[in-house]
Write a protein that binds this ligand. Structure first.
Ligand SMILES: Nc1nc2c(ncn2[C@@H]2O[C@H](COP(=O)(O)OP(=O)(O)OP(=O)(O)O)[C@@H](O)[C@H]2O)c(=O)[nH]1
Length: 573
């Protein structure tokens, strides 16, 4: 998102006058269906948003330039696909042609040829008219309000606008002499979406997911009713008044029946429309999502969810969190029991669970997929227990893998793959505490290659590196699984031997020393064979040292004694 940190509010803007979708209140604040919808969608995703206000051409350009992050009301058109990325449409509307009362000779778009047509400058309607071949007689105004006042005053002949926008303005301005000539104008259909700056996939996913959430939890319906419900009803009233005024009173009964049927049909249609819209959003979400009933039964999942979990629809639907197929783990690797899965927690507590990190075993790919889970409980009106939970899953496996690699790099020596000095000290401290607590002996070797400088000087540094790696694998092969080695410095190694008494440690050190001296290193890149010897200092807790620091320095002193005594030998404290 254009230079913003993830927690910064999203920068958006409302246009001045596109009621009821996007308007500016008297106190200068942005309002309207689309503005509220975007705020709710982002709120559902825990993000704030700020709205500035501005004329449509200005804010459109600001999004293009990346000065804004998103706009709440952008009709998706082929021209704009190149400039922005769009969410799934949250409402699809048809346009209408508005004329002054009594102008009945307009039945289709072509009848507007030769007439002056008002549109908002830069609006989809203007782009649409250009596409339809209207080049002359278009009067582009700064706002639709201006166009409607011109139409009412006889300055222009018609207006092409969204039907709902036109009806709202006629109502707001109290215009009595305007009516719709073509409504709906089927050729002019607009899919309204939120738009984000081109390529801002992250914000796009956030908005799409937020939209799904507010459609699923009823906020969308509430806002639609608040902003569009009255208008829809007003339109119906207008139809009714018109019929009566034309003297068709005998048809009143029929109209009432018609309206009754219409209302029922519309309710059914709206429900179906919302359901379809929700399904489109749900299916197209980039993130995996599923629904789970209060009794724990999994009832729906989208394609992204199936892909993430590596299961088929049939393997998922009807199962519960307790199903043995789920192997869900915490970050520390421990298993999360079914009744403690994030979705079950949300259902049991009635509170959202956000940002839970879990690992789920992916049966097809035979690996653990790491997910960031948000589980939002959903309530029916006036019920305090959720009836289901909506869960989204964001794949963070790549991030986890990077974290793991960084963690490994931080504790290992890159040349030999052994623990590095700081990790050795951390482990040794723990080991020493255990040894003191349980009264176990802990031995340590400090190993140094003899005359290593000469090897470097004679064969070159890369061969020296190879020698260090060969010594590492030699150590690996010759110590117990519970012992571990570390690279302490350039050609100095440490081996930690937990629960090993001094005589045993000494015996092993002697053997290592002898074996190294008796096994010339071959298979080096330069084809040479090198006779390597090492010196070892041995110390054991508690005989020679009371702490891990003492243990290291005692073994170090013993090592230098071995060097002074002629190298290729073992010395102890
Ligand atoms: N190839 C290689 N050489 C290293 C590395 N780290 C340290 N060295 C070399 O190890 C050598 C250590 O030399 P010295 O401390 O003089 O010890 P030495 O030659 O082994 O002699 P003694 O320890 O007294 O037997 C130096 O030449 C370092 O450059 C490494 O990662 N790779």
């Amino acid at each position: 998102m254009t230079g913003t940190a993830e927690s910064d509010p999203v920068k958006s803007a409302s246009e001045l006058d596109y009621p009821p979708f996007s308007i500016v209140l008297e106190d200068g604040r942005a309002d309207g269906f689309s503005v509220e919808l975007m705020r709710a969608a982002l709120q559902a995703m825990n993000r704030d948003v700020t709205f500035k206000t501005g004329a449509w051409p200005v804010i459109k350009q600001e999004l293009e330039k990346g000065w804004l992050d998103a706009l709440p009301l952008v009709g998706r058109t082929p021209e704009r696909e190149a400039l922005f990325d769009f969410t799934i449409p949250y409402i699809s509307l048809y346009g209408a042609v508005f004329v002054r009362d009594g102008k009945h000779d307009i039945a289709n778009l072509q009848d507007l040829m030769g007439l002056s047509i008002g549109v908002l400058q830069g609006d989809n309607a203007e782009e649409f008219l250009h596409r339809e071949g209207f080049t002359e007689n278009i009067v582009a105004t700064k706002t639709y309000e201006e166009a409607f006042l011109m139409l009412a005053g006889g300055e222009i002949d018609s207006i092409v606008a969204q039907r709902l926008v036109g009806l709202t303005l006629i109502d707001k301005l109290g215009l009595k002499n305007i009516e719709t000539a073509i409504a709906p104008l089927t050729e002019f259909k607009q899919d309204f979406c939120f738009a984000v700056a081109d390529g801002d996939k992250e914000l796009l996913a956030l908005l799409n997911e937020g939209l799904s959430l507010i459609i699923a939890n009823g906020t969308y319906d509430h806002l639609r009713e608040k902003w569009l419900g009255i208008l829809d009803r007003k339109e119906d009233e207008r139809v009714l008044t018109l019929q009566i005024a034309t003297g068709a009173t005998t048809l009143l009964a029929l109209i009432v029946i018609g309206l009754f049927i219409y209302y029922h049909w519309r309710e059914h249609y709206n429900l179906k429309f919302n359901e379809e819209k929700f399904r489109t959003l749900f299916e197209n979400m980039a993130q995996g999502a599923f629904f789970q009933r209060v009794d724990g039964v999994l009832i729906d999942i989208n394609s992204a969810g199936l892909k993430l979990l590596g299961v088929t629809y049939d393997q998922f639907i009807g199962k519960t969190s307790m199903d043995p197929q789920w192997r869900v783990i915490r970050e520390d690797g421990t298993t999360i029991p079914g009744d403690q899965h994030p979705s079950m927690q949300a259902l049991l507590t009635g509170k959202p669970v956000r940002g839970a990190i879990v690992g789920v075993y992916h049966s097809r790919e035979k690996r653990t997929v790491w997910l960031n889970i948000t589980a939002i409980p959903q309530f029916k009106p006036e019920q305090d227990r959720p009836y289901q939970v909506f869960v989204t899953m964001h794949d963070i496996s790549k991030r986890k893998q990077t974290e793991e690699t960084l963690k490994q790099q931080a504790i290992h020596d890159p040349l030999t793959g052994l623990y590095n000095r700081s990790e050795l000290e951390r482990r040794l401290e723990e080991e020493a505490q255990r040894s003191i607590r349980y009264n176990h002996e802990l031995s340590l070797f400090m190993i140094d290659i003899d005359h290593f400088k000469q090897i470097n000087d004679q064969y070159g540094h890369p061969t020296g590196d190879q020698v260090l790696r060969q010594l590492t694998s030699f150590i690996d092969r010759n110590v117990r699984k519970t012992d571990y080695a570390a690279r302490y410095g350039g050609e100095e190694f440490v081996i930690v031997l937990p629960e090993t008494p001094f005589p045993k440690a000494l015996e092993l050190a002697e053997r290592l020393c002898r074996q190294i001296a008796g096994t010339p290193l071959s298979s080096l890149e330069n084809g040479k064979t090198i006779n390597l010897t090492i010196s070892i200092g041995v110390a054991t807790m508690p005989e020679h040292a009371k702490s891990w620091g003492d243990l290291l320095s005692t073994a170090d002193t013993a090592l230098y004694a071995a060097k002074r005594a002629g190298r290729n030998q073992v010395m102890s404290a």
